[in-house]
Design a protein around this ligand. Structure first.
Ligand SMILES: Nc1ncnc2c1ncn2[C@@H]1O[C@H](COP(=O)(O)OP(=O)(O)OP(=O)(O)O)[C@@H](O)[C@H]1O
Length: 229
């Protein structure tokens, strides 16, 4: 459903993403694994349109969306959860979710969001900035779900989060895929989380994919070696 072909992205003159291609199918979770600074965030920014690719193409169900602005991609049901969450710290949980509501055509926050993240229901009046890192990540995913996406892009969702909440987030991602039919493209450094959630893996090094495998065929030791210095 999402096809990325020979994508190149730059910061000014710095060539960061160097000809990356991948396919994300319906009801599939694909994970890009890589160490710090290998280009995961840059790749995600290029896919959602915060950074315009210099070369290559992105197709959503055969429509070329390469140069679309992020809001146009959101309209086409692609949601993005950035690294660091970027929730509004001075708005309450409810207000954070309502901001996303304004951008969608819904009037109320769908109930299933609170079924997935009961903790958010208990904290509706709490300021986003007063939540733990894990709760903020849950809020960020919840906010992405308000727009009823077909595809979710998640940039390092486990970063700075305690293990029990990582486990909860893994469960939610699996529910979203299996029960809601959402396709997920994520970046990670935490291999266990990736193995729990993802069907296929790409290893990124210096802006290029250097290894690709399905979960069934994955050599876990090899994946681990790519992630350690
Ligand atoms: N705004 C920027 N301007 C110039 N270079 C940048 C910018 N942001 C990142 N880079 C460089 O691009 C390269 C890839 O960075 P990127 O943030 O995409 O990596 P990453 O794999 O997401 O790492 P991390 O896990 O640390 O976020 C790094 O060499 C980084 O220094």
């Amino acid at each position: 459903m999402l096809q990325i072909k020979n994508l190149h992205a730059y910061y000014g003159e710095s060539h960061i993403i160097k000809g990356v291609s991948l396919e994300l199918n319906k009801k599939e979770t694909v994970c890009i694994l890589g160490r710090n600074g290998m280009g995961k965030t840059t790749f995600m920014k290029a896919v959602i349109g915060l950074l315009k690719p210099k070369e290559g193409q992105i197709f959503l169900e055969n429509e070329d969306i390469t140069m679309f602005e992020p809001f146009e991609k959101v309209k086409r049901k692609i949601a993005y959860v950035p690294q660091g969450r970027e929730i509004f710290p001075y708005l309450t949980v409810q207000e954070n979710l309502e901001v996303a509501l304004e951008a969608s055509n819904k009037k109320v926050i769908p109930d299933f969001i609170f079924e997935l993240f009961p903790v958010l229901k208990d904290m509706l009046n709490r300021k986003g900035g007063n939540l733990s890192g894990g709760q903020q990540q849950q809020l960020a995913i919840a906010r992405a779900l308000v727009s009823d996406p077909k595809i979710i892009l998640l940039d390092e969702p486990t970063e700075g989060i305690q293990p029990s909440i990582i486990e909860e987030i893994a469960k939610v991602l699996n529910i979203l895929k299996k029960e809601k039919g959402i396709s997920i493209l994520l970046t990670e450094q935490v291999l266990n989380f990736a193995l729990e959630t993802s069907d296929r893996f790409y290893i990124i090094e210096k802006g290029q994919f250097v290894h690709e495998t399905t979960k069934e065929q994955a050599d876990v030791q090899k994946l681990k070696a790519f992630l350690t210095f």
